[in-house]
Design a protein around this ligand. Structure first.
Ligand code: GTP
Ligand code: NA
Ligand code: MG
Length: 292
């Protein structure tokens, strides 16, 4: 990679943690404090990832479900991310999915911060949570450790601004860069079938600039970007590194974690797709032969 082609990109921050500890509520709280005036009615989240501007710079957020069945998505969430915010409810403390999320974040070797949420509750016990954090190797900065632990409440808004400030500082230290002119690559973070649109996916652009009309390969499937819809539901023409978007135009349903890779022609993506599908058929055939 040529250094001089690299430009700063938005940091990708993922909220992880135990079920119901407040990941989605924290994302909503951040978004609410950063909605442009006059847009208050339009804050409903359109896709599972969005960006806000802090001091004029974009920060991208991803939500992950806490339910045990979504372990795979948490593992992949940790992999696309630069910073993981481990959300721990102040009344509940560290729970099984908190530990599991921490293990994914450690395996992905990303910066870990902690948001101790629900500090507004009378049952909140911040000392207990900090002591539990210390026990799992996340000693808080104010206890002499090196993990940023922010005390927040998604409900009252307490600590939300300083949580954002601390994230922005951590991101600056990481000096995250990408080449916006390289062939575009994006990671699928969620996918679904939408009436009238076919398979659609929320993707985060990792490199290059994803544009409308580009042919791409994604796992064994090919596609052509028919439409790009931003996190506010508005159609856009292109997406830069670090930014999330809803991508329409897949030939088949993509899997979470798959990579969308833009290629120069429709012919080449269709050919590559054919080869990959054939490979899969051959593998399945081999397995069937072995088992009979
Ligand atoms: P999953 O995605 O299901 O794992 O849950 P989550 O972590 O996204 O939690 P969610 O934001 O759905 O919040 C769970 C419940 O906790 C909801 O009833 C919220 O209203 C409540 N809640 C979230 N944050 C706070 C908070 O700061 N204070 C209080 N009192 N309640 C909160
Ligand atoms: Na929930
Ligand atoms: Mg949630």
């Amino acid at each position: 990679v040529e250094e001089d082609k690299l430009e700063l990109r938005a940091p990708i921050i993922t909220f992880m943690g135990h079920v119901d500890h407040g990941k989605t509520s924290l994302l909503d709280a951040i978004r609410k404090t950063h909605v442009v005036t006059g847009e208050a009615g339009g804050i409903t989240q359109h896709i599972g990832a969005y960006s806000v501007f802090h001091d004029g710079k974009p920060i991208t957020f991803i939500d992950t479900p806490g339910h045990a069945a979504f372990s795979g998505m948490r593992a992949r969430g940790a992999n696309v991310t630069d910073i993981v915010i481990l959300v721990v409810a102040a009344d509940d403390g560290i729970m099984p999915q908190t530990r599991e999320a921490l293990n994914h974040a450690k395996a992905a070797d990303v910066t870990i911060m902690v948001a101790i949420n629900k500090c507004d509750l009378p049952a909140a016990n911040i000392m207990r949570v900090k002591s539990q954090l210390q026990d799992i190797g996340l000693a808080p900065v104010d206890w002499g450790g090196d993990t940023e632990c922010m005390e927040v409440s998604a409900k009252s808004g307490q600590g939300i601004e300083s949580l954002l400030e601390t994230m922005a500082l951590q991101a600056e230290v990481l000096e995250l860069k990408a080449d916006p002119k390289a062939p575009a690559r994006a990671t699928v973070i969620e996918s679904s079938m939408v009436e009238g649109k076919g398979p659609v996916a929320t993707v985060i652009v990792r490199q290059g600039t994803l544009k409308v009309g580009q042919p791409f390969i994604c796992g064994p499937h090919w596609g052509k970007s028919k439409a790009l819809i931003n996190d506010r539901g508005a159609p856009i023409k292109e997406v830069r590194p670090g930014m999330p978007v809803e991508l329409v135009g897949f030939s088949d349903m993509p899997h979470v974690g798959d990579e969308v890779v833009v290629m120069d022609s429709e012919r080449s993506v269709k050919k590559l797709s054919e080869e990959r599908l054939e490979e899969t058929r051959q593998k399945k055939l081999a397995v069937t032969r072995r088992s009979t």
